[in-house]
Design a protein. Structure first.
Length: 105
């Protein structure tokens, strides 16, 4: 496997993984609990929990984050929420996440 790193360095690449791959890795496990658990496999949003409160069913849902702007994503990751963990990501990590989320297959 070391030859992959050597080949990447020989061709002048800064990394042996792409920005998309790095973003995917961060999305799946940025700092302990991954975005995937609440926002779905591709950022489409996901039901986290359902519970009863005052005889009403409450649905806690992670929102769809595939179409948010970079500024919105960065702002959301910089705030504290009651439900979402705070990750303390760098600008490069946020840019990689954005690349993963906005990449269309």
């Amino acid at each position: 496997m070391w030859w992959l790193l050597a080949a990447a360095l020989a061709w002048g690449e800064d990394s042996f993984i792409t920005q998309y791959e790095y973003g995917q890795m961060l999305y799946e496990n940025p700092r302990g609990i991954g975005c995937v658990h609440c926002h779905g496999v591709h950022g489409e949003g996901k039901v986290i929990a359902r519970y009863k409160e005052d005889d009403k069913t409450v649905v806690l849902r992670g929102p769809d984050i595939r179409k948010v702007s970079f500024a919105t994503l960065k702002s959301a990751l910089s705030r504290r929420y009651r439900v979402m963990p705070t990750y303390f990501l760098t600008d490069k990590e946020i840019a990689a996440l954005y690349t993963f989320l906005t990449h269309e297959e």
